[in-house]
Design a protein around this ligand. Structure first.
Ligand code: SF4
Length: 327
């Protein structure tokens, strides 16, 4: 009979599971689209107000010149993408941006630095930024590359709420995208962050030329972590000229929506972020993503170094859909 019978439908509010098998995740991807959307939307409603969207703003506090070779990234020093390497911003300059983000309706302020891992003196500055942004009443998130346990503890002591470190893709496809750090390095950083008591923001990117089985593997790995990441960004590749993935085959938007829906079902209590790639996404695709359980977006005209829909367009879209920013 129908594949819809291979995966048990949600029956009331259930505790998040950490034992999702690849077979089960694969079966979710294979559900007829209406059935998948129904299950994802049901799971969303059981855990959140489905009309609310958490709004984060992302600032690049140290741009370009990164020694890593992530194949999608315009900030890698290995690729000629026209991104100019800049120094770490001053604490005061970051706080000016944070105040503007708050005035624009953001509840979380994310700061990204293009490093393999932070040096101790850089961490001093980032800790001061975290303290300053917290004092404005915003949640804080940073993404700084790989962390040691002690560095994670220092960030926690400065008041950091979230640390972003993505798994990017499946363990099998990973080495086709990045060679300068291993999948295990990433898992180790996630352990240090979690052990320090910082919320984890961890997701991946689709549309990098991976197969369906890699999207299955990515979600199964995320959902198999000891604690589900509190925040799960799902990015659509932004193809940047000069990077090895500039000409990757485009993913069908409906496959992107399916990935969001499966992430929502497998990590029911996590905030699933419709992340990079919205600039090229139709309003209809974004609306389907919200229906599939996405409940967070990045807000502001730029995502690190790539364009993002202007604030007004986002607010108009939320208005059109009768949705509102999460308090
Ligand atoms: S994704 Fe991060 S670690 Fe990878 S090249 Fe870009 S800035 Fe560096």
């Amino acid at each position: 009979m129908s594949l819809a019978h291979d995966v048990a439908p949600p029956a009331g509010l259930q505790a998040p599971r950490h034992d999702w098998t690849r077979e089960e995740v694969r079966a979710l991807f294979a559900l007829p689209f209406p059935e998948l959307m129904f299950r994802a939307a049901t799971t969303h409603r059981q855990n959140f107000d489905s009309c609310e969207v958490q709004i984060s703003t992302l600032l690049s506090i140290k741009t370009g010149g990164c020694p890593e070779d992530c194949g999608y990234c315009p900030q890698s020093a290995k690729y000629d993408t026209g991104v100019k390497a800049e120094k770490l911003m001053s604490v005061e300059a970051v706080l000016v941006e944070a105040r503007a983000a708050k005035a624009g309706g953001a509840s979380r302020f994310c700061m990204g630095a293009a490093w393999r891992s932070p040096k101790d003196r850089d961490l001093d500055s980032v800790c001061a930024m975290v303290e300053g942004v917290k004092a404005l009443g915003l949640e804080t998130c940073v993404t700084l590359g790989m962390l040691e346990a002690e560095q994670a503890r220092r960030l926690k002591d400065s008041g950091l709420d979230y640390y972003n470190h993505n798994l990017d893709t499946s363990p099998e496809f990973y080495s086709a995208i990045i060679t300068t750090r291993t999948y295990q390095d990433r898992l180790d950083t996630l352990d240090h962050v979690r052990d320090a008591g910082i919320h984890v923001c961890c997701g991946g990117i689709v549309g990098m030329g991976e197969g369906l089985e890699d999207r299955v593997g990515m979600i199964a790995t995320l959902a198999g972590l000891p604690v589900h990441p509190e925040s799960v960004p799902i990015n659509m590749l932004v193809q940047v000229e000069g990077t090895p993935l500039a000409d990757a085959a485009k993913l069908d938007p409906l496959d992107f929506v399916r990935t969001i829906a499966v992430a929502r079902i497998c990590m029911p209590a996590s905030v699933v972020r419709l992340s990079a790639g919205r600039e090229d996404m139709s309003e209809e695709t974004q609306a389907l993503c919200f229906l599939a359980g996405a409940n967070s977006i990045f807000y502001g005209p730029k995502l690190l170094t790539t364009p993002n829909p202007a604030r007004d367009r986002d607010m108009l879209l939320l208005d059109k859909l009768g949705m509102r920013p999460m308090e």
